[in-house]
Ligand binder design. Structure first.
Ligand SMILES: Nc1ncnc2c1ncn2[C@@H]1O[C@H](COP(=O)(O)OP(=O)(O)O)[C@@H](O)[C@H]1O
Ligand SMILES: [Mg+2]
Length: 352
């Protein structure tokens, strides 16, 4: 029995695609095969409208740059229970293309036995190139929308701190870390000082970076942006939020760095000494942005603490506790969340 969602999607497909992407495939005959792609995302109207709203806000602010970075998105269905957006297919995610096959799939035995094999090197250099293009996109987002706005900087710092509190609570780390968190909450000026405001993604990780080959070159785009730093939407202010992509790019760098750290740990688990070169590229770029006074190293530390706290809670949708093969990575994340929070608290107390 197909689910009602699936049946609706089939009806939408029968009435035609709005965002077709065609790939031409040729065999050895004169025939041509066109593979048509599109993506239909179905969910609760409040969630889908929030997502559509953030894509629209990005489009309004970025103008011509939008299509270089994000998919074209249209609303295809909207009723009381269900809404559907259609967007163009962006390829496979950096996680599916590189990290999953190396850590968990068809390439993991090769990585374990011959880490210098050309195919392994090729995968890691593809990741590096994808991350380099992602950093170019962050630069474009900044150049197209940057502004100095102290009120917005304060609002974004408090959004991040509110998200940090929710994430610590979800992870069961409150009240244990409550005193450190209170010290952080009392120092809003420290965090908001010197934050440049620009369009940001708010959930930038290897699962949301998509790769496709176009004319022999790698094309990189980003999907699934958010209206709030996770899980700001679980606070009263976050629930009332109107989709607005403006914030500080530090949260995007921090999540990108953390998602690469986690993937590097998984690869090291298979073969000690495996190096995800893309990670060094991100760290250099962070130093560069700090040196250009786009955000402070203190705020970057806060953004890192917020993401570590986010991953320190095991998502209930994936079961009650992490499965044995993921436990070590989860435990590492919890330890890092504690340490990162302690460093932020020391900054807040003027001890560092
Ligand atoms: N534009 C897209 N192009 C290609 N694949 C996509 C696209 N959007 C989503 N997907 C696929 O769907 C999965 C979930 O999409 P995502 O938008 O991240 O959902 P969620 O809101 O649940 O996080 C992705 O991991 C990817 O495999
Ligand atoms: Mg997603």
């Amino acid at each position: 029995m197909p689910s009602p969602r699936k049946r609706l999607i089939e009806d939408l497909l029968n009435s035609g695609l709005r965002t077709p992407v065609l790939e031409t495939h040729r065999g050895i005959t004169e025939n041509e095969v066109f593979v048509a792609h599109c993506v239909l995302k179905a969910g609760l109207p409040k969630d889908i409208h929030q997502e559509l709203g953030i894509y629209q806000d990005l489009q309004d602010r970025l103008g011509d740059h939008y299509n270089e970075i994000f998919p074209k998105v249209v609303l295809r269905h909207d009723d009381e229970q269900l809404a559907v957006i259609e967007m163009n297919w962006l390829g496979r995610s950096l996680n599916e293309e590189v990290f999953k096959p190396l850590a968990w799939g068809e390439w993991s035995s090769v990585l374990a036995m011959s880490p210098d094999a050309p195919a392994i090197k090729a995968k890691l250099s593809m990741a590096d190139e994808a991350v380099a293009r992602t950093l170019d996109h962050l630069e474009t987002l900044f150049a197209a929308s940057q502004r100095s706005d102290p009120a917005m900087a304060r609002a974004f710092a408090s959004e991040t701190i509110a998200a940090l509190r929710v994430n610590l609570r979800r992870a069961g780390l409150l009240p244990e870390l409550g005193r450190d968190l209170a010290a952080i909450e009392e120092s809003e000026d420290l965090w908001s000082a010197g934050l440049a405001i620009s369009c940001c993604h708010r959930d930038l990780m290897v699962e949301h970076i998509y790769l496709a080959q176009r004319d022999g070159a790698l094309r990189v785009r980003l999907a699934d942006p958010r209206s709030g730093v996770p899980h700001f939407d679980e606070t009263p202010a976050g629930r009332a939020i109107i989709p607005n992509s403006l914030g500080c790019a530090a949260v995007d760098f921090a999540h990108l760095e953390l998602s690469l750290i986690r993937r590097q740990l998984e690869l090291e688990h298979i073969h000690a000494g495996t190096e995800v070169v893309a990670l060094e590229r991100v760290r250099k770029s962070v130093t560069d942005w700090v040196n250009r006074d786009r955000f402070s190293s203190a705020f970057y530390e806060l953004a890192m603490a917020t993401w570590y706290a986010n991953y320190a809670g095991w998502p209930p949708a994936l079961g009650k506790v992490p499965p044995p093969e993921k436990e070590w990575l989860f435990d590492h994340t919890v330890t890092q969340a504690r340490q990162c929070l302690a460093r932020c608290a020391a900054l807040a107390r003027g001890e560092q």
